[in-house]
Design a protein around this ligand. Structure first.
Ligand code: KIV
Ligand code: ZN
Length: 403
């Protein structure tokens, strides 16, 4: 029997579902840079890609498995449809990783069965255990997802999950693929699974959700209250259509409100133990890196990492915060690494510090471009004592990307 963990496992899918955002393609080196940042951030599992989907994805998963999936590092995961060729490709790409997981999926909603897969429920009940068992013959750690679980018949879903666990799935992931559910419905779905899947204690319950109605994060928090212990999310909430649940929002909600969540994880309410392994101080710079490399801007009013998330515009708010921060702030900017990172360089900073900071923000410049940007930086630094990350991004975008 698998003891349910008393903390929340963070499964990052920025490099798989996140990369499915329209226009957000990443090359192998960029994926490697992001995977390195995710490991530094402290995510437990990195879903590095979909190896069968393209040679580029195969190579990226393999390189990440080799360079980031080292002893003591995160588990590296590859996605696979419930077919032998997909599962085999995932196992092959993941070989170099110290800890590896195959994530295989098959839809269970009637809409998907009838219109997309042209399969019967009976066929699904046959394929799922067969393919989970096949994945299990290649790696120890297997995750199964019934795609579109949110719109599936719960009784059928219970049967499919039971068969996946019996065949060796160690994590069962419940996707709200089209972001359709409301928080109370998602909570009830997880509770239903806990109460009705006889062997559920042998697996970890995970959740995956999209933000079509802007409810993904709220849905996950309700799922945690009902027994989910793994959250699948992306940096800045990037992903298909309106995106996936945003990691920074989930992690900070669990961090700031941990006394509220503690009892749901079987801890004393006043426990100060963190609920995730995430080093929250790495959140801000990871967010900037992902935004710069994917070209997906973060909206200014985005929770946690938006440019205005810690800004106070009105006189009343400014006055309040100056008197006592807690009047209008529920968390410290420093807790996401903002203050340290915001003011990073000044007019006395050297070329090396400049290059290093740009690299951390996702900009790898040629020597010529670096020289151009550095000259511009010195001009700006002469006028403006403190240079922020936003200034640095503006310098690169003005001097290089639009030149
Ligand atoms: O949204 C979804 O259902 C997925 C699955 C592959 C887990 O991304
Ligand atoms: Zn998804």
């Amino acid at each position: 029997m698998n003891k349910q963990p008393d903390r929340i496992i963070i499964f990052d899918t920025t490099l798989r579902d996140g990369e499915q955002s329209p226009g957000a393609t990443l090359n192998v080196d960029e994926k490697l840079t992001i995977a390195t940042a995710l490991a530094r951030l402290g995510v437990d599992i990195i879903e590095a890609g979909f190896p069968y989907a393209s040679p580029g994805d195969f190579e990226a998963v393999q390189k990440i498995a080799e360079a980031v999936g080292i002893e003591g590092g995160p588990t590296i995961c590859g996605l696979a449809r419930a077919t032998q060729q997909d599962i085999k490709a995932a196992a092959e790409a993941l070989k170099p990783a110290a800890k590896k997981r195959i994530h295989t999926f098959l839809a269970t909603s009637d809409i998907h069965l009838e219109h997309k897969l042209k399969k019967t429920r009976q066929e699904v009940l046959q394929i799922v255990p067969e393919m989970v068992a096949y994945a299990k013959s290649l790696v120890e750690d297997v995750e199964f997802s019934p795609e579109d679980a949110g719109r599936s018949d719960p009784e059928f879903l219970y049967q499919v999950l039971e068969s996946a666990i019996a065949a060796g799935a160690t994590t069962v992931n419940i996707p709200d693929t089209v972001g359709y559910l409301t928080p109370s419905e998602f909570g009830a779905l997880i509770k239903g699974i806990k109460d009705n899947v006889p062997n559920i204690d042998r697996a970890i319950i995970s959740v995956h959700g999209h933000n079509d109605l802007g409810l993904a994060v709220a849905n996950f928090l309700e799922a945690v209250k009902n027994g989910a212990r793994q959250l699948e999310c992306t940096i800045n909430g990037i992903g298909e259509r309106a995106g996936n649940a945003a990691m920074e929002e989930l992690v900070m909600a669990l961090h700031v409100r941990r006394q509220y969540f503690n009892p749901f994880l079987g801890r004393p309410a006043d426990s100060t133990e963190p609920l995730t392994n995430i080093n929250t101080k790495e959140i801000y710079r990871t967010s900037r890196l992902v935004s710069n490399l994917t070209g997906m801007m973060v909206q200014p009013n985005k929770a946690i990492v938006g440019a205005n998330a810690f800004a106070h515009e009105s006189g009343i708010h400014q006055d309040g915060v100056l008197k006592h921060k807690l009047t209008y702030e529920i968390m410290d900017a420093e807790s996401i690494g903002l203050t340290n990172n915001q003011i990073v360089l000044g007019k006395l900073s050297g070329r090396n510090a400049f290059r290093t900071r740009l690299k951390e923000l996702g900009f790898e410049l040629s020597e010529t471009d670096l020289n151009k940007a550095f000259l511009r930086f010195k001009e700006v630094a002469d006028k403006k004592k403190e240079i922020t990350d936003w200034d640095l991004e503006a310098i690169v975008n003005d001097e290089i990307n639009t030149a």
